[in-house]
Design a protein around this ligand. Structure first.
Ligand code: NIG
Ligand code: FE
Length: 406
């Protein structure tokens, strides 16, 4: 077995359990100074203060006094798409609203048309550099949604592109089927929903092309009643469920997420103080997306109030062409501190342990026996990860015991 000792770690920082929180876990940070990490193959074999290590390792790397944190987890991306949204961007800069662009057949509809015209191979080539940028920013686990497909074939093609990407990148990609927007015509909507439940979701479940189903609950998208039917079908097929909800309006998405025991409810820019309390008592993770607030000029999701209410908050990039062209999970972490009122430790937990919980995964911490996914911070104090803007505080990224960036 190949073993490697990593020394010269000024701070080894990891979320730790502080008690069960109805499924998602509340954690604070453990900081070990002058630490060492011992890797064996793809896993962490030992971790602790360097002077407590008495074993032997075949290889040795000295990080020269840098901090190490767990590999970051981006629990929400739409990294597969074709075309661009630069015209939308320019229109929005001239005060045309995102929802108005969508309602007039542009926005997400534009990306659906462009994506429908792309082959699986083209989608992979377009998505690869985006995923690589996320990896360089510290991500070792990345959720990737479909949702620009609209037909069974086009949605499956997007998920097949994610499967192909899994073989091309050294980190974990977690695929999600996104039921994004319905046909504008009310009668077609009913048929489309029936098709989702009779064809698309069963095929995705059978083929293992996605682990969860997500749905966009919003005035210009799906109603909570339609979403309930789709999500119950997903659950009946053994898939996890997630929602895009309370982005612009409160139309029942958040309450549905809690009632159905969703893994996460994402966006929450329009979440009220009362709703923060509801999430505080739920096991559903509240995933907030500061890139959207920045790019669309939406009010930031109430991250501070959610945490104060007891909710488990995760942070994601929401990387997508329309509402969040943010290619860096460490930037999302830093923005969550500025925009959503998280402290630096809360933001690190949000991008590691809580992001893992939002994906239904038990990881996001440095623990002996677990996969050796970690980020070497440029400097001796890990807080530079939350502090630095406009440049990267990520020195190296390691996934499954191998250096994959830096
Ligand atoms: O997470 N809100 C809905 N869906 C995406 C945006 C998709 C797009 O604009 O292309 C989001 O913001
Ligand atoms: Fe999204």
């Amino acid at each position: 077995m190949a073993s490697l000792i990593v020394t010269g770690i000024s701070q080894l920082v990891t979320p730790r359990r502080t008690g069960a929180h109805r499924g998602a876990e509340m954690r604070d940070l453990l900081v070990v100074r002058n630490a060492a990490l011992v890797l064996r193959d793809d896993a962490i074999a030992w971790m602790g203060a360097h002077d407590e290590w008495s074993g032997e390792a075949e290889e040795h790397i000295d990080l020269g006094g840098r901090a190490v944190v767990p590999g970051l987890i981006d629990p929400h991306t739409h990294a597969v798409w074709a075309g661009d949204r630069l015209d939308d961007f320019e229109a929005r800069c001239a005060a045309v609203r995102y929802e108005a662009i969508l309602a007039s057949g542009g926005g997400i509809w534009h990306t659906i048309r462009e994506t429908a015209n792309a082959s699986c191979a083209e989608l992979v080539e377009l998505a690869l550099p985006r995923v690589e940028a996320l990896i360089r920013s510290g991500a070792t686990t990345i959720e990737v949604k479909s949702g620009y497909g609209f037909s069974v074939e086009a949605e499956l093609r997007m998920l097949e592109a994610v499967r192909e990407l899994q073989a091309r990148v050294p980190v974990q990609l977690v695929p999600t089927l996104l039921v994004h927007i319905p046909p504008t015509d009310a009668s077609e909507r009913e048929q489309y929903r029936a098709m989702l439940c009779s064809k698309l979701i069963p095929r995705v479940a059978r083929s293992g092309l996605a682990r969860a189903v997500d749905i966009f609950v919003e005035e210009h998208a799906w109603s909570a009643a339609d979403a309930e039917a789709v999500l119950r079908c997903a659950q009946a097929h053994g898939l996890g469920i997630k929602l895009h909800a309370e982005q612009f309006h409160r139309i029942g998405g958040l309450e549905l997420a809690i009632a159905l025991g969703a893994l996460s409810v994402d966006h929450l820019e329009a979440c009220s103080a009362e709703q923060c309390k509801l999430l505080g008592g739920a096991r559903t993770v509240a995933t907030i997306l500061p890139g959207v607030s920045l790019h669309l000029g939406l009010p930031p999701a109430p991250g501070r109030a959610l945490i104060d209410a007891g909710a488990a908050v995760a942070v994601g990039t929401d990387l997508n062409p329309g509402s969040s062209p943010l290619f860096s999970i460490s930037a999302a972490l830093a923005f969550a501190v500025r925009l959503n009122g998280l402290t630096p430790p809360e933001a690190l937990v949000a991008c590691t342990a809580n992001a893992a919980a939002a994906l239904g995964m038990e990881s996001g911490a440095l623990i002996a026996g677990r996969r050796a996914d970690f980020v070497v911070v440029e400097s001796e104090d890990w807080r530079n990860l939350a502090y630095t803007l406009g440049s990267s505080a990520v020195h190296q990224v390691w996934a499954s015991g191998r250096r994959v960036a830096g």
